[in-house]
Ligand binder design. Structure first.
Ligand code: NDP
Length: 401
């Protein structure tokens, strides 16, 4: 029986709130707070029965957050607002001695830079306060870290290469839209790529390296090497890794639109003066694009995200592939969301469940792969994310050069 405060009533917040609401034996009291109260109220009324309390909060403002936490007294805060709010919410949790969980690492607004240093710096203070922060508990980061830890625990003595493969083979019928917050999504894709090889980072130009990779039940899709934040924690927590890469699929139409938007300066995060007002072009673009939470209805196709691992067991080379496929339409039937919000929100709920039921414990700041993967893996299918595995079969990422 625990109280949770969910911050952020967007695509992912909707999934977390609805899923938590169905599990009163763990989440006995739920509050959903966000910048726009109306969005919280819509979700709460869809759930019905006064199950979810709502509040308006500016999560950039620590005293406001502290006030809200002191009033509601949650055991844990689930942060599914934007990465910009990670540190203010972590500060408020520290001040009120409340556990914390998020799905994306902190980013400063004025530089598109993904690294855990800012959040890892809270470790000693969280430890002293006797509270826990679980970082990056969506799908990627999140389940990909748990998948890696599960593979390493059950199938290998040492893991040597890791390829995280993320495919969205869905069609939302819109000319151009992003599946999670457009601003964060476009910042991620337009920055330089990076992968880990032999103890150092190798940098690439944005989307420079790509090749077709075959995905289960989907087939081959052009996949692009990106830098993704879980690579940083995974190479730290699995120092035997010699190579670690992250691949994501993009359709031609998406890339053509993105290219045009970039060429005309609409993806820039440098403010420009427009009619006497400073505006950030990317923030303006976000305001005119569809919201991720609005894409669910009629979205066809599925996502497939997994980890392809090579290493050794009992002196022999071994391969391991573990993945989940998630249908957009099934996610919509369950919680009126598309699969990208669903595959993020369900793991966030399960991570909170792990912490609140004592399956994951510890004082300090942790990435998900530092905990026991087994109880988390056990819950994934139960809440809508079944997973599959293949041992000692050729890895699709190794085809096509
Ligand atoms: P949305 O844009 O749909 O939702 C974000 C929500 O946060 C909105 O409701 C927004 O309010 C609210 N918000 C923003 N700023 C503030 C603030 N200062 N105070 C209070 N509330 C605020 O994004 P998503 O739901 O798609 O994404 C949520 C998070 O999940 C992001 O951090 C994203 O990076 C992460 N994510 C992680 C993934 C993973 O696999 N690990 C995959 C996908 C997303 P308003 O409605 O007023 O704008």
């Amino acid at each position: 029986m625990s109280k949770v405060l969910i911050i952020g009533a967007g695509g992912v917040g909707n999934v977390v709130a609805r899923k938590c609401a169905r599990i009163p034996e763990v989440f006995s009291d739920i509050m959903l707070a966000s910048r726009t109260l109306e969005k919280c109220e819509q979700i709460a009324s869809a759930v019905g029965g006064d199950r979810i309390k709502t509040a308006q909060v500016d999560a950039d403002n620590v005293p406001e957050l502290v006030n809200l936490i002191n009033k509601f007294k949650p055991d844990m805060v689930i942060n599914v607002a934007l990465p910009y709010q990670d540190l203010t919410i972590m500060d408020a949790c520290l001040e009120t001695k409340t556990h914390y969980l998020d799905t994306a690492n902190y980013e400063p607004r004025d530089v598109a830079k993904f690294e855990y240093s800012w959040q890892w710096a809270y470790h000693d203070r969280y430890k002293e306060a006797g509270i826990m922060a679980v970082l990056g508990c969506g799908f990627d980061p999140g389940v990909t870290g748990v998948f890696t830890a599960y593979g390493a625990k059950h199938y290998f003595d040492e893991i040597h290469t890791l390829d995280i493969v993320d495919c969205n083979a869905g069609d939302h019928g819109k000319a151009f839209a992003t599946n999670f917050n457009p601003e964060i999504n476009i910042r991620e894709i337009t920055q330089n790529g990076r992968y880990w090889e032999n103890g150092k980072w190798v940098e690439t130009k944005p989307l420079e390296i790509h090749k077709p990779i075959a995905y289960p039940q989907i087939g081959e899709r052009e996949s692009y090497l990106l830098y993704h934040e879980e690579l940083e924690s995974l190479v730290k927590n699995f120092p035997s890794l010699k190579k670690a890469r992250f691949w994501m699929t993009f359709g031609d139409q998406y890339l053509t639109f993105l290219n045009v938007l970039q060429e005309v300066g609409m993806t820039s995060i440098k403010p420009i003066n427009f009619k006497g007002v400073d505006i950030v072009p990317l923030e303006f673009l976000k305001a005119v694009l569809p919201e991720p939470s609005s894409l669910g209805e009629g979205y066809k196709g599925m996502t497939s995200i997994g980890c392809q691992i090579k290493g050794v067991k009992d002196g022999k080379e071994r391969t391991y592939y573990v993945w989940n496929n998630c249908e957009h339409a099934a996610a919509y039937r369950d919680v009126e969301a598309q699969a990208v919000s669903f595959t993020t929100g369900v793991p966030a709920m399960i991570g909170a469940m792990m912490a609140l039921t004592g399956k994951w414990s510890g004082n300090g700041v942790f990435n998900v792969e530092e905990f026991d993967p087994d109880p988390f893996m056990e819950k994934l299918p139960e809440y809508g994310l079944p997973w599959h595995e293949q041992v000692d079969e050729p890895l699709p990422v190794e085809n096509n050069g």
